[in-house]
Design a protein around this ligand. Structure first.
Ligand code: ADP
Ligand code: ZN
Length: 228
């Protein structure tokens, strides 16, 4: 340090990886453990669909078919949420950016705010395992905790470990055909972002096929180091 005033800016992390890689699960964990805000464009879009907003109406059919919602809609939704006050604690972007256009828009938004990307972390998984992983997953309808029929069942069948609620939800797009389409879209449009962030010197990778808790521990260490 040379005595210059250091202004702390909110850290920004990106989780990259195909559908089912565990981005949502891990982003929630980082939110709970480190106080960052999980920003999931999938969640924001599902909320827009449920609320019946114009963006939600435009997104619904695309999401059900496993396609990507247009950059304009997604960027507008993300930008809106990113300027909320709680995001000053730092954010974990989960499911955004998913195209080069979104990545460039994010760079611009952050530059305007005097922020930068601390790390883009790629969760590496086998494609073949993803369909089974996704088709077994469900979440608590009350607190949003994520579960899996095989890998992470609830302790008591049908009851959330965290809050005791008994209403579980499965996503409409978590069926085999839609999942296959989501994986195709991922490889075509999102996987190139790995090279994009490598070129910017912020890429980190992690094997995400192991135990959830072990992945959480590794990820937590990466985030702690890159936040500083
Ligand atoms: P997953 O990563 O398991 O596919 P998400 O909840 O992140 O689940 O996304 C669900 C769907 O929402 C996607 O298949 C896509 O239609 C839409 N979506 C989410 N984020 C984006 C984004 N950044 N750009 C375009 N579409 C998106
Ligand atoms: Zn719950």
């Amino acid at each position: 340090m040379d005595g210059a005033q250091v202004t702390a800016t909110a850290p920004v992390f990106i989780l990259l990886g195909p559908p089912g890689a565990g981005k949502g699960t891990q982003a929630r964990m980082l939110q709970d453990a480190h106080g960052f805000v999980q920003l999931s464009t999938g969640d924001l879009l599902r909320a827009a669909v449920a609320a019946g907003t114009d963006a939600g109406k435009a997104a619904k059919a695309v999401m059900e078919a496993g396609g990507l919602v247009s950059d304009d809609i997604v960027i507008a939704i993300l930008k809106d949420r990113l300027t909320d006050e709680d995001c000053a604690r730092g954010v974990i972007l989960d499911g955004f950016p998913r195209t080069t256009g979104q990545a460039e828009a994010l760079d611009e938004l952050l530059a305007e705010a005097g922020q930068h990307i601390n790390a883009a972390i790629s969760l590496e998984v086998d494609d073949a395992a993803m369909v089974a992983r996704i088709s077994g997953r469900f979440t608590c309808g009350n607190c949003g905790e994520g579960y899996h029929d095989v890998h992470k069942p609830t302790a008591v069948l049908g009851t959330c470990d965290k809050c005791g609620n008994t209403h579980m939800k499965r996503r409409a797009d978590d069926n085999a055909e839609t999942v296959a389409q989501r994986l195709t879209e991922y490889h075509k449009k999102t996987a190139p972002l790995i090279a994009y962030y490598e070129g910017k010197g912020v890429l980190q990778s992690l094997d995400a096929m192991g135990e959830i808790d072990a992945i959480t521990a590794t990820l937590s260490g990466m985030v702690r180091e890159a936040a500083g």
